[in-house]
Each structure stands twice: as C-alpha cells, then as structure tokens.
Design a protein around this ligand. Structure first.
Ligand SMILES: [Zn+2]
Length: 166
C-alpha cells in the first residue's frame, strides 16, 4: 500500500482505492451476501421494510420531488449504498452538483447497477437498477462531466450514505 489517497480520476476508475484499508475491509465484508433475500421477498415484505417514499421509488419506479433529498448536501467521503439491500452503488468520489435537484454521480461502482431502456415517458431514457436486488434507482444521461460523460441522476431516497470514518 503506497498511498491511501489518489486523484479523483483514479478513484472513478478503481473506486475502492479511494478509501482507507479499514473502510474498504468493512465495505467488502458487507458485500459477502451472494444473493440478497429481497429476491424472494413479496411486495408486502418490501413494503414493511421501506418508507412509503422508498417503496414508491425502489419498487414502483416513482421519482422523488426535485430538491427533496438531504443527500444533495452530502459532501463527506463515503459510499452510497442501496436503500433496499445495502449493496454499495456509488462513491463520493464520483458525486457532483448537477443542479438537477437529484443526487448525481459521474460513475457507478463496478457491477453495482444494471441499465435498461425506459419507454414510459415521452422520450426513451435509460433506467438504472440495483444489480443485487433489482430496485429502481433513477436514470443515466449522456450529459455528465468527466471523460465518461455520464450523469447518474439518482433518487436520494433510494440511497443510504455510509460516511468513511477516519
Ligand atoms: Zn439493492
């Protein structure tokens, strides 16, 4: 281990290298669920585990009101994990202010999300789901900053923030 800190661009390419060894071990331990029990939960199970807003977004594909998420103002280093299954999805290293009213990221962690075309609105958009539990998170657009040019526009209620403790 030569350095605990790397430039942001490297953090996007190898997101976990951004964090201290202790924090990485804790997060990696949390990922050792091969399959999440949510795969077999009924809709009633999900409803009992989530707030009404979380249920509407994660399980019904709703969108939270713009500007409503406290995570818009979250500036600390850490990881944003799925509110449905706790899988780490986005690093604080990839978070940026988009002025869209929703938490925005230029990249997702490796194998964290699945993307599929959403034809529900006037225009076709790319919908983003949690890779582990399948919950709806938000959408991804091609107008983001950085070399990848992506903007993951994510409902804050679909995320739980785990700050890195130093
Ligand atoms: Zn999940």
């Amino acid at each position: 281990m030569t350095s605990q800190r790397k430039p942001l661009i490297a953090a996007e390419q190898a997101p976990m290298a951004f964090f201290s060894p202790t924090y990485r071990r804790a997060v990696e331990a949390s990922q050792h669920h091969a399959a999440h029990p949510g795969a077999t939960w009924s809709e009633d199970d999900w409803r009992s585990r989530l707030s009404p807003m979380q249920y509407a977004v994660l399980r019904r594909g709703a969108t939270e009101p713009a500007g409503s998420s406290p995570l818009l103002r979250e500036r600390r280093a850490g990881l944003f994990v799925c509110a449905g299954c706790a899988r780490p999805l986005f690093s604080s290293a990839a978070k940026f202010d988009s002025d869209s009213g929703w938490p925005s990221f230029s990249a997702a962690l490796d194998h964290a999300v699945d993307e599929e075309s959403d034809h529900s609105g006037d225009e076709t958009r790319i919908e983003v789901h949690c890779h582990r539990c399948g919950s709806h998170l938000g959408h991804v657009f091609n107008d983001g900053p950085g070399p990848g040019g992506l903007r993951y526009c994510i409902n804050g209620t679909a995320l739980t923030f785990l700050p890195e403790r130093r």
